[in-house]
Design a protein around this ligand. Structure first.
Ligand code: NAD
Length: 459
């Protein structure tokens, strides 16, 4: 935990370091990204062990979604950073002749990055890559609910960077963040829940600090009648039960065309058994709920609707089996809040407009998935529903493409990151127009006389 005095000292040290200009050069940023990669490589085994301790994540799952993901992102940024940092030349209007215009990407300064517990390593360090690439200083706040991972992050960052450049502050977010946010950060990047996101925004108001909010929501998964059901079921089950459903972009519920509902249910059961066996509690590939509070919330959904697969729980190990629910109503609690666990409600629809209408009654989701062979269905959902991003005939994987912006809409968040979008989020686009002095067109100067006619011709 950090005291107010310590927070002030850290803030002032980072401010002085940023003001020294040390973080600005391309060579500096490139070196820091490479150092971070080396540090992650060095601590890789400890990171994977910590993720297993906190979430029972299999090393394959932990590597791909937390560590490998960052290696890919670092490589992509290193390949492109020089070009992104170049001032971008744009055209200039005739009225400004003889002028040229450029957009300079300027570092923001001091940034605060706050992460949740579900991908506790990646969701803290992925925004950090953007902060480093953008030439900023950063204070990192890992989730206290994944303590083993928070400890590795603390050690890794402490031995890699001077705290006046990048520092980690551990502890209860409800105490640490308000302490830090009494100071003016140039940007706060928050990933977490909607209620805490609102608090972050409130704390940012007095300083007019811009915020990126990466939040959650109920991400629908629409399964059309015209689709390969077996493939759809496998991809949905994989996306839903990855990290035991504790993924912000996990399919929250399925809306399936009534004609293929029974077929999809059978295929989902088959997929679950093929992934985790008849008893997923014995599978090394299946994660656990992060804590008792989350266990209780997700387990409470099992009393709603009708369980057609799974439903077993073990409170001592915080195990909830991959579960399929049918016969749920839209006003059941399981259809009100983001489930964030391995319970998958399946609701039928009879025609697409009805499905779209149902989705649109809920707040804009973070993701939407549609499984269909029909271009018309695909476009109808993309065009008529507002959501952060998503996939056609797949789940989760849109966020592995650094060319795509990742972020929410409405209650699922504001702002984007990944790839160039991270760089843009952590820099200010400064527009500059430069005019030659060899010619000084007199049109704009008074006395105006009858210059209006000429101006109308130019504009
Ligand atoms: P959370 O909002 O409880 O916590 C997130 C962070 O905020 C933690 O570091 C915590 O210490 C801090 N915090 C907690 N209370 C605070 C307070 N009063 N003031 C300031 N900071 C505080 O979220 P969580 O439970 O860790 O994560 C789950 C949520 O995160 C889900 O809703 C999920 O959808 C969302 N999420 C979103 C994304 C995304 O990329 N959009 C990714 C992962 C998780």
């Amino acid at each position: 935990m950090i005291s107010q005095t310590q927070a002030g000292q850290l803030y002032e040290a980072q401010k002085a370091y940023f003001d020294s200009g040390a973080t600005l050069p391309f060579s500096f940023r490139k070196t820091q990204l490479k150092r971070l990669k080396k540090a992650i490589e060095k601590h890789e085994t400890r990171i994977l062990d910590a993720l297993h301790k906190d979430l029972h994540k299999h090393p394959m799952e932990a590597y791909s979604s937390e560590v490998g993901f960052l290696y890919e992102e670092i490589a992509y940024i290193l390949d492109n950073l020089k070009a992104w940092m170049e001032p971008q030349v744009v055209t200039s209007p005739l009225v400004t002749y003889p002028s040229s215009s450029r957009i300079y990407r300027q570092p923001l300064g001091l940034t605060l990055i706050i992460a949740p517990w579900n991908y506790p390593f990646m969701l803290l360090l992925s925004p950090l890559l953007g902060a480093i690439a953008g030439g900023n200083c950063a204070i990192l706040k890992p989730s206290e609910l994944a303590p083993a991972t928070a400890d590795v992050i603390y050690d890794l960052i402490k031995e890699t960077f001077d705290p006046k450049y990048i520092a980690v502050v551990e502890g209860d977010g409800g105490v640490v963040i308000p302490t830090l946010m009494t100071y003016r950060f140039d940007h706060v990047f928050f990933t977490g829940s909607i209620p805490v996101g609102k608090k972050i925004m409130e704390m940012a108001v007095p300083h007019l600090t811009p915020v990126t909010l990466e939040l959650g929501g109920k991400s629908p998964c629409v399964v059309d009648e015209k689709v390969n059901i077996k493939v759809a079921a496998k991809r949905i089950a994989w996306g839903k039960f990855w990290n035991a459903g504790q993924t912000c972009v996990a399919p929250d519920y399925i809306l399936v065309h009534q004609k293929v509902k029974a077929e999809l249910e059978d295929a989902l059961k088959e997929a679950i058994i093929s992934f985790f066996g008849e008893n997923p509690a014995a599978s090394t590939d299946y994660a656990r709920m992060i804590n008792d509070r989350r266990f209780d919330t997700v387990a409470s959904y099992l009393s709603q609707g009708h369980i057609i697969h799974g439903g077993q729980t073990d409170k001592a190990t915080r195990y909830i089996a991959p579960t399929l629910l049918t016969d749920v109503e839209w006003d059941d609690p399981v259809m009100q809040d983001e489930i964030f666990g391995p319970v998958l409600p399946i609701l039928p629809y009879t025609d697409l407009p009805q499905a779209i209408q149902a989705i649109r009654k809920l707040p804009y989701p973070l993701a939407l998935y549609v499984f269909t062979n029909s271009k018309k269905t695909e476009r109808a959902l993309i065009d008529q529903v507002r959501f952060g991003g998503g996939c056609v005939n797949n789940a989760l994987v849109h966020l592995t493409n650094p060319e795509l912006p990742f972020g929410g809409a409405g209650y699922s968040g504001m702002g984007q990151y990944h790839g160039k979008y991270s760089f843009d989020t952590f820099t200010h686009p400064k527009g500059m127009l430069k005019t030659g002095t060899w010619l000084d067109v007199p049109t704009k100067y008074p006395p105006f006389g009858n210059k209006l006619k000429l101006l109308k011709k130019i504009m």
